[in-house]
Write a protein that binds this ligand. Structure first.
Ligand code: CMP
Length: 140
């Protein structure tokens, strides 16, 4: 499997509880390299654009409100099979269903405040990375 890049967000429930380092430790322990990272307080328009695919879902308003309530940390992660590897490290969207030892099992508060986002496919990874980082901000 080739080296890939994926996009990650450490969500407001992580920054609020000062867990950025703890989550990054899990990411690095899984063999993923953080090749770009910045802390941003995203706007409503940015959150709506990022989660546009969920616009018709009943939780959309709650999701946008949650993502704009405090800073997030956006990241590019690099490694072998990075997209699936990070999804394995994150665990299921619903923390109650996440496997033992995953980030969401150990840190997430709820289905909405589930600590981390990771891209689900190569196409979305490329789009999400491009939404938040210019090429010269990614240093592999
Ligand atoms: P994420 O992987 O970032 O993708 C979409 C996000 O929507 C998800 O993580 C959760 O934060 C949120 N989400 C998904 N399902 C629900 C739900 N049923 N109720 C509230 N938020 C949800």
């Amino acid at each position: 499997m080739a080296v890939q890049r994926t996009f990650s967000i450490l969500k407001p429930d992580v920054t609020r509880r000062n867990l950025t380092g703890a989550i990054n430790q899990r990411i690095e322990a899984a063999g993923l390299r953080i090749v770009a990272q910045k802390r941003v307080h995203i706007t409503k328009a940015q959150a709506e654009a990022f989660y546009g695919v969920h616009r018709e879902r009943p939780f959309f308003g709650e999701l946008v409100e949650m993502m704009t309530a405090a800073p997030v940390v956006v990241q590019v992660l690099e490694g072998e099979n990075a997209i699936q590897r990070y999804r394995d490290v994150m665990g299921a969207t619903n923390p109650a269903k996440a496997d033992a030892g995953t980030i969401r099992k150990d840190f997430a508060l709820s289905m909405g405040e589930n600590s981390v986002h990771g891209s689900d496919a190569p196409e979305t990874a490329a789009q999400e990375i491009a939404q938040w980082f210019s090429d010269d901000e990614i240093v592999g």
